[in-house]
Design a protein around this ligand. Structure first.
Ligand code: C2E
Ligand code: CA
Ligand code: CA
Length: 753
């Protein structure tokens, strides 16, 4: 028992005692100087009188000496003794290396007083002065000294008292004990700092005991949770728990704490006012000596706002603010994940690319606010139709994309595309009493059949969507490699077309138009031909759309108009002055709004009488932007030219609306004509169009007339003119002139060629 406890004392004492040398009395020197400076005589006398400090060597003293040794060794104190006159310090301490009392040796040292830290010196001096003047029974001081004389400051607690006075009662000797208190001073200091830090921390700090009850909290904790110190100390930690977390969550947390001594994570807490806050928590276990009753130190940060802002940001980065649908970036993320899953499960993913037909026109004519409402309504319609298990995203403008997961293949994808088209047959509701029918064109691509990566799948669905538009809109198309082939071909063709005018590859052909009542050719329609060096004869049905897309149509159209007028002038000059010329005009030419200027200039330059020129426009061209186009058309009419509506019956314009346009001629689409005498519907439609057209005082022309039967039907129903292979194919200018001359008026039969 005895031995271990001594060892224990040594173990803890030795770091102290190594630094622990002597005490000081330092100030004494200065004090003495100050106090006694005027009395040198007295000093001299003292010197003479000073008794030696050697310890007495008698037997009786020996045992006392032993006891002192033991006391010094066991207490860790040092003994000091200061000669105020000689200013010499005697220090004495037990050797800390001793293991048991028998080994103790006492180390002594004579010399100067070690330096005192300048910050502590005034206080030491004051304490000493009070004691020497008899105003304090003891000299007591805690101060820093350079005990070893090597520049290391050691905290020392010194006590002492005057032990000897001269005959006049003046102190000449002072003695006492001292000890190194550096370690406890530092610990206390750190403790104070720690407390201060905890108080001023922005993060809430709570210390919990082994039973998870609050021991200490800081002001920030009160600020964040609303609980004051007195309300929470001694309470269980669970009083702040939110039921947002399952029991398993807390079990995981406790297990981690036990195993690793720390836990950090996000956790919902309930404030005193009942509001839930999201906290980031860091818990550290502070073990106690026994290891059984640890403390838990928790640092909490309220991240509710931060999280909200993060979510907001995430929303903005991933969702389209207009429709609240995922945007392009979230779409590609979802598509990538869908593909990864489909690859693993050998499944399919379909991408549907949806574009609303003629949305740009709607947007331009009804305004952007309405356009936005239509887009929102369309978004909702698509999402409702495909269901929430599939992703619907808005990429830009009026383009929507659907990612279909867990489908069996192309048949499923086509089924959903059909459902979407069907769903859009019901007009969209966008606000009070506002309805509008828009139709979608849909392109479909499929993983893994068409592509393996998201970008390719999207591109292919886009290609297929364009194909659906080319097929006449309001339909869907499944991607095929030939579509890419077509696109490539189109690109090459477009660049060739750019050079066509300069290379003289373009020409016009003319198709005669026959008046039924007058039995004579009244004129011809000019049709463009492109004889490409690289591609041979290219159909206008192919290159006109290309020219429209690239804007080349403006140049092409102006060229065709001028060429047609020049040909007509030749015919007039050849004596056929009553002949008229019909020229086709495309959407782009009309939408530019300066068609009247181009026409007026051409008439002037070619010298053609305005009433011998007719422009042909299709329904869809005019309806794309009815208001503005009507203005342009009226301006053209004022020049004196005729205006025909081409391909009539294929679009959706009503005759009532046509009434408001300054038209002169109506051309029934050849689709109706080709089935005349076979299809009673087409017969009914054709005869109705003729009647209504004439009631509007329009000249009615039937195109694509290929047989005598068709001609006869039209004649019986009062149609004004016919055009088609039955009369003549399109001919070169010279051929056409010859044809017109050779035509036998009155026979109703074309001349044998
Ligand atoms: P479109 O204006 O409807 O022209 C009539 C088309 O029907 C011409 O085709 C013509 O050759 C063809 N056709 C004439 N009679 C018959 C017939 O009895 N049966 C059949 N099956 N077809 C007949 P084409 O020349 O291939 O022109 C196609 C389209 O290209 C034209 O349709 C027109 O929209 C456009 N186009 C032609 N030239 C021009 C032009 O100079 N400018 C513009 N903007 N478009 C043009
Ligand atoms: Ca035409
Ligand atoms: Ca036509």
């Amino acid at each position: 028992m005895h031995h271990p406890s001594v060892a224990a004392i040594l173990a803890t004492a030795s770091p102290l005692s190594s630094r622990l040398p002597l005490m000081l009395l330092a100030g004494a020197v200065l004090l003495a100087v100050i106090a006694i400076a005027t009395r040198r005589w007295w000093q001299a006398w003292l010197e003479a009188q000073r008794p030696p400090l050697e310890p007495p060597r008698s037997e009786s003293l020996r045992s006392r000496d032993e006891r002192l040794k033991l006391a010094l060794w066991a207490s860790g104190e040092q003994f000091w003794d200061y000669d105020l006159v000689q200013r010499k310090l005697h220090r004495m301490r037990a050797d800390e290396n001793a293991v048991q009392s028998a080994d103790i040796t006492v180390l002594t040292r004579h010399g100067e007083v070690p330096a005192i830290h300048e910050e502590d010196l005034p206080l030491v001096m004051e304490r000493l002065r009070l004691h020497l003047q008899g105003k304090a029974p003891l000299f007591m001081s805690e101060h820093r000294m350079d005990v070893q004389g090597n520049g290391t400051w050691v905290w020392v607690r010194a006590r002492g008292r005057v032990v000897e006075r001269d005959d006049d009662g003046r102190p000449v000797r002072i003695a006492g004990t001292a000890r190194d208190i550096t370690v406890s001073r530092n610990a206390e200091h750190e403790h104070r700092i720690a407390g201060e830090v905890m108080r001023s921390m922005n993060e809430a700090v709570a210390v919990l005991d082994w039973a998870h009850q609050f021991v200490t909290i800081n002001p920030a904790f009160t600020r964040i949770t609303g609980y004051a110190e007195e309300e929470i100390i001694g309470q269980p930690m669970t009083m702040l728990d939110s039921d947002q977390h399952e029991e398993a969550f807390f079990e995981r947390m406790n297990r981690e704490l036990r195993l690793t001594g720390r836990w950090s994570g996000e956790i919902w807490k309930v404030r005193k006012d009942g509001e839930e806050i999201l906290c980031r928590i860091e818990t550290n276990v502070v073990p106690d000596a026994s290891g059984e009753r640890p403390l838990y130190v928790q640092v909490l940060t309220d991240i509710t706002e931060q999280k909200r802002a993060e979510q907001e940001l995430r929303y903005l980065a991933n969702y389209d603010t207009l429709t609240s649908l995922p945007n392009r970036s979230l779409l590609s993320e979802r598509l990538s994940r869908a593909i990864v899953r489909a690859r693993r499960e050998h499944g399919h993913v379909a991408v549907l690319f949806i574009d609303l037909d003629r949305f740009k026109d709607i947007n331009d004519s009804l305004g952007h606010a309405t356009g936005d409402r239509i887009l929102r309504a369309a978004a909702a319609r698509v999402q409702q139709t495909v269901g929430t298990e599939h992703t619907v995203a808005r990429l830009s403008g009026d383009e929507f994309t659907v990612v279909l997961e867990d489908i069996d293949g192309m048949r499923d994808a086509e089924g959903i595309a059909q459902r979407i088209i069907q769903a859009f047959r019901t007009p969209l509701n966008f606000g009070e009493r506002l309805e509008l029918a828009v139709s979608p064109s849909i392109g479909i691509s499929l993983y893994p059949e068409h592509a393996q990566v998201p970008t390719e799948l999207l591109k292919h669905a886009d290609t297929a969507m364009y194909q659906a538009k080319a097929m006449g809109r309001h339909t869907y198309q499944v991607y095929s490699e030939s579509m890419d082939e077509k696109n490539r071909h189109r690109a090459i063709l477009a660049s060739a077309l750019r050079r066509a005018i300069d290379r003289n590859e373009l020409s016009l052909v003319f198709q005669p138009r026959l008046s039924i009542s007058r039995q004579r050719v009244t004129g011809a329609e000019a049709l463009l031909r492109w004889d490409s060096k690289e591609f041979g004869m290219v159909s206008p049905a192919q290159f006109i759309p290309l020219a429209e897309e690239s804007g080349m149509i403006l140049e092409l159209g102006a060229w065709a108009l001028r060429e047609a007028c020049l040909t007509l002038r030749e015919w007039h000059e050849a004596g056929l002055e009553e002949l008229c010329m019909a020229v086709n005009v495309s959407a782009t030419q009309l939408q530019r709004g300066d068609l009247q200027t181009v026409v007026a200039r051409t008439l002037e330059e070619t010298g053609i009488p305005a009433h011998r020129l007719e422009l042909e426009l299709t329904e869809s061209v005019i309806m794309a932007n009815p208001e503005q186009n009507a203005d342009t058309l009226r301006a053209c009419r004022r020049l004196g030219i005729s205006l025909a509506i081409d391909d009539f019956g294929t679009g959706y314009s009503s005759l009532a609306y046509l009434k408001r346009l300054p038209l002169t001629t109506l051309k029934i689409d050849r689709e109706f004509i080709s089935d005349l005498t076979h299809d009673t519907d087409d017969e009914a439609i054709t005869s109705t169009i003729i009647t209504m057209g004439q009631s509007l005082a329009l000249k009615v022309v039937a195109e694509g007339v290929e047989t005598y039967d068709q001609y006869e039907f039209l004649r019986n129903h009062g149609c004004d003119e016919v055009q088609g292979h039955w009369v003549s194919q399109a001919l070169t200018a010279d051929q056409c002139l010859r044809f017109i001359r050779e035509y036998y008026p009155g026979s109703g039969i074309r001349a044998a060629s």
